[in-house]
Design a binder for this molecule. Structure first.
Ligand SMILES: Cc1ncc(COP(=O)(O)O)c(C=O)c1O
Length: 485
């Protein structure tokens, strides 16, 4: 029989949908309000995993059933980065206002590729706010991206094309007269190598310069590498400074790098994915002095601004070049002076055409909390890292293995000799995670391996750190006493 009903994805019963949606909000609030009481992380059992491997559903199911399945099989096994004892790798810890923003953005449904919409105005306002935070002029261009990797890729594309000195869009990189070189410390995030590989410059275009004992780029080694490359017929193009390295939170000397770039005629880019927002905290703003002299900066709101994933941003001080490098319009997408498509076309500043309204979640959180609060939270995280470092320094069985200059603490248990130490500390890390006690990650700094805690979590309290260190010592003791199998 022919189905002559004109179907839609809208619910047949809006009132029932409203009631269910209210229940979802109630349960989401409950979930957040009780986050501290739950285990930090719970491994997913095989039978639950199997439920998520069934094939494409052709037939419908009531939304409350789908929601029930989500609660049982998905929501019960989160990463836990919203939990107060999550300090692994480098994540933000999200916030409820921005979660509401994500929901409202999806309901609004606008495509931020362009369009004469309120959403497009909000994105441009958020980009302007990020310029204020980084000390960039309003005349700079910028765009929100999915994250820091994409933000750095956009910047490196602009830098590559400007350094080439010809129309790379038309000619391609095969026409480069000299191989380009980008310089960064040996602590630089791996996304830079990936970006240069994708841009066709090759991994060797990234010159990793030795860092000092605080993991900051060594300026003498940087100057020597640039001179050597010039002598070898290569073309130095850019120095990447990092505002908070992922491993230890080191911040390069931006004033010195900016001076060097001025002297050498190089572009200065800052990877500020972690610390690009430090100027929000007046007591720590001096750490990034000189960031405002960079030609471009990448900032990750989904890190220290606690925007739920995803949200990155890049700011560029050459708006004409930025536009010229990405602008592209098919015959089906011509701009007009009036109507829906009038105004700045946001996709002309990056790689993606269709883009989500991720600005709303940042905009709402800044409006509700005020930027000063974000600054205070940054200061609190740095104070927590210092607090933990002091506890570790006072403990006979624990040792820091990297300086704590920002919000990252690298430490290890020292009960075993150097050879066994790495295995012991890895086992401590994994047991902490598997028991749902806390999520640190692990890392190696100058040959020493151990636990790493990145304090980037607005829910963490000192008592979390006290309990965690007790757990570390107790688990180590338990491992040491276990019979060797
Ligand atoms: C310093 C730094 N740069 C870039 C990135 C990549 O950012 P994303 O994960 O948002 O792509 C990270 C991620 O942790 C980072 O710490």
């Amino acid at each position: 029989m022919l189905n002559n009903v004109e179907e839609t994805l809208d619910p047949a019963d809006w009132e029932a949908t409203r009631a269910l949606a209210h229940r979802m909000v109630d349960e989401a609030v409950e979930h957040l309000a009780q986050v501290r009481e739950r285990p930090e992380w719970t491994p997913m059992p095989d039978d639950v995993r199997a439920r998520l491997k069934t094939s494409l559903p052709t037939d419908p199911a009531p939304l409350d059933e789908v929601y029930g399945e989500y609660r049982e099989a998905v929501a019960a096994y989160p990463m836990g980065n919203i939990h107060p004892r999550f300090w692994g790798w480098y994540m933000g810890s999200s916030n409820f206002t921005s979660a509401l923003g994500d929901f409202l953005a999806a309901v609004d449904g606008s495509n931020l590729g362009g369009g004469n919409t309120g959403a497009a105005q909000v994105e441009q306002q958020v980009v302007d706010w990020l310029k204020e935070i980084a000390g960039f002029p309003k005349s700079a261009s910028g765009t929100l991206t999915s994250g820091g990797s994409m933000a750095n890729l956009v910047a490196h594309t602009v830098i590559r094309n400007l350094a080439a000195g010809f129309d790379v869009r038309k000619e391609g990189i095969a026409s480069l007269k000299k191989p380009l070189r980008f310089y960064a410390s040996d602590q630089v995030h791996s996304c830079h190598q990936k970006a240069l590989e994708v841009l066709g410059l090759g991994a060797k275009a990234l010159v990793e310069v030795a860092s000092d004992d605080h993991q900051r780029i060594r300026l003498d080694a940087l100057a020597a590498a640039i001179a050597q490359d010039r002598a070898n017929g290569l073309q130095p193009a850019c120095v990447i400074g990092t505002a908070g390295t992922t491993n230890t939170g080191a911040i390069d000397d931006f004033t010195a790098i900016a001076d060097l770039c001025d002297r050498e005629g190089l572009w200065f880019h800052v990877d500020g994915c972690i610390g690009g927002v430090l100027r929000l905290a007046p007591d720590h703003a001096h750490l990034v002095a000189g960031i405002e002299r960079a030609g471009s900066v990448a900032i990750d709101p989904h890190k220290w601004l606690h925007t739920p994933f995803e949200a990155g941003a890049v700011l560029i001080k050459d708006p004409e070049a930025h536009f010229a490098i990405f602008e592209m319009h098919g015959p089906y997408l011509q701009l007009q002076e009036r109507g829906m498509i009038a105004g700045k076309f946001l996709a002309d500043y990056g790689l993606e055409l269709s883009r989500g309204f991720c600005a709303l979640k940042i905009w709402m959180a800044f409006k509700e909390q005020g930027s000063a609060k974000f600054g205070r939270l940054i200061s609190k995280d740095i104070a927590l890292a210092r607090y933990m470092a002091n506890q570790i320094e006072a403990h006979p069985l624990l040792e820091l293995f990297a300086p704590v200059d920002l919000n990252i603490v690298c430490f290890r248990h020292v009960a075993m000799d150097e050879n066994a130490s790495s295995a012991l500390n890895t086992e401590i890390t994994l047991r902490l995670q598997e028991r749902g006690l806390a999520v640190p990650s692990d890392t190696t700094v100058q040959g020493k391996h151990g636990l790493r805690c990145a304090f980037n979590n607005h829910r963490t309290r000192r008592e979390d750190i006290d309990g965690f260190l007790k757990d570390v010592v107790q688990i180590a003791q338990e491992i040491i006493l276990e019979p060797v199998s």
